[in-house]
Design a protein around this ligand. Structure first.
Ligand SMILES: [Zn+2]
Length: 470
């Protein structure tokens, strides 16, 4: 890779970290990752050339082709037992290397499907033809999540296919479509997938210089609220000012969901506390596209609001569209409300609290009906213990700095599915993305320095897990 830092500088960083207490020489593993990275990078580029968009029925063959390519890479890397499986959904790959006596088994997860590319003319280079510019590799899936596959591949190749722990690689094919058959896959292949440690390489890093372990995710609950005031529309001149219209009722009701500062005003919701980290000033405006003069909402630090507090958003309204409007009092109107649930809260109880709020705050005695929608539980990982100690040490060695315990404002329901299927396993959520990756958007890219550090950290993690007492 063109931007690979020289070995000497890595060696110096490592020595500087641990000082005299434990002298770290250039680890053989670090060196091996350096050696295998160019070939892994080439294989990553080949994977990116396959438009494996499961969401597009016309590209299901490409998803099958991508599963075969992944299976071949893992088999060529030396894993003795590789199969392509499906349970009514997209093909997934399961590859296994048995644990040496006394060593734990580590499940390495990634997904080989990608988001649709959107309008290709909006990209600065062809979405399925990887191109390097300024230390980043551009293309759909270069990061999310074909770089996750490549990270696992690098870690395995660094040990010449004989890692010091048992390794099961599980590469799913429909994550970008919500993993509908993941539960069935986990059920059908429970024995093959059982592991002591699960590494899910599909998340973000704090920056290109600082790694992160994702330790919490918000949950999700939504509902539709409908209000009715009249049994039919009425002339607004004859009746306006005397009886209420449903849209005015709905607007007042929706306004009651936040206080004047923009904090959620529904009683009984859970708030957690986010790690004490800060990315400095100005990034919210820059990265969100907040318009001039528009202020942020809510109180507390950005990460507290983003990861650890509930949020409520009105995501749709059904009412009379403007071009069909007349001077009529609208008899009924409805809105869809989406709520994010802080880690530690119960999404169903939150939906009940929201329902009670809506029923209580509907003005002027209007009739109100709340129809519950989807519920996804939040997830908080207990990020302590020997596996986390090993992971933090591996990250520190690879990156030259401690990982940030990161929350995530969004929800990845499949992490809770893994936790439920393998309750005794320790789950590590890692990743190769950085704040500039633009996953799911146009011009997705992988920072090649981050890729190298993520691959190094994962190889070092396997080495350290092989040394753990069981
Ligand atoms: Zn992903």
């Amino acid at each position: 890779m063109p931007d690979t830092p020289c070995l000497v500088s890595i060696s110096r960083t490592l020595a500087g970290l641990d000082g005299a207490a434990s002298v770290i020489t250039m680890s053989g593993v670090v060196q091996r990752v350096q050696q295998v990275l160019p070939s892994v990078r080439a294989d990553l580029e080949d994977l990116v050339r396959i438009p494996s968009v499961w969401a597009d029925p016309a590209r299901r063959d490409e998803v099958a082709r991508s599963a075969e390519a992944v299976a071949k890479l893992l088999s060529d890397a030396g894993l003795p037992d590789v199969k392509i499986v499906s349970e009514g959904g997209a093909p997934a790959v399961i590859a296994h290397y048995p644990a040496p006596a006394g060593a734990p088994t580590v499940l390495l997860y990634a997904h080989h499907d990608v988001q649709p590319e959107g309008d290709p003319t909006q990209w600065n280079s062809a979405p399925f033809e990887p191109q390097e510019r300024d230390g980043r590799l551009y293309g759909r899936g270069t990061a999310d999540d074909k770089a996750g596959i490549a990270t696992h591949l690098a870690a395995i190749r660094a040990f010449d296919g004989t890692p010091p722990v048992g390794v099961t690689v599980f590469v799913e094919g429909e994550e970008e479509s919500g993993s509908p058959s993941l539960g069935a896959l986990l059920d059908a292949h429970r024995d093959a997938l059982a592991a002591d440690v699960i590494v899910i390489a599909d998340s973000d890093n704090w920056s290109t210089e600082t790694p992160a372990l994702t330790v919490s995710l918000r949950g999700l609950a939504d509902c539709v609220v409908e209000v009715a005031t009249l049994d039919h529309g009425l002339h607004s001149g004859l009746w306006g000012g005397v009886v209420p219209d449903a849209l005015s009722v709905l607007v007042r009701l929706l306004a009651s969901l936040h206080d004047d500062a923009g904090n959620v005003a529904v009683a009984g919701l859970h708030e957690a506390s986010a790690a004490d980290v800060d990315r400095g000033e100005g990034w919210v405006r820059e990265e969100s596209g907040l318009l001039d003069g528009v202020s942020e909402i809510g109180s507390g630090s950005v990460v507290q609001r983003m990861w650890a507090k509930p949020a409520i958003t009105v995501i749709g309204i059904d009412t009379t569209p403007i071009d069909k409007s007349s001077n009529t009092l609208i008899p009924r109107a409805r809105a869809k409300i989406s709520m994010r649930v802080a880690p530690g809260g119960d999404a169903r109880a939150h939906l009940d609290a929201l329902t009670r709020h809506l029923e209580k705050h509907t003005p002027w005695g209007a009739q109100v009906t709340v129809t519950p929608g989807d519920v996804g539980q939040p997830y908080a990982i207990d990020a302590t213990g020997p596996v986390y100690d090993a992971a933090r040490a591996a990250f520190r060695q690879a990156w030259g700095t401690d990982p940030v315990d990161m929350g995530m404002g969004g929800s990845i329901p499949f992490i809770a599915e893994f936790a439920a299927a393998f309750p005794a396993a320790t789950i590590l959520v890692t990743g190769v993305e950085d704040p500039a990756t633009q996953a799911h958007s146009i011009n997705e890219s992988l920072h090649l320095g981050v890729f190298e550090k993520a691959a190094t950290a994962e190889a070092l993690l396997l080495e350290r897990l092989g040394q753990l007492d069981r």
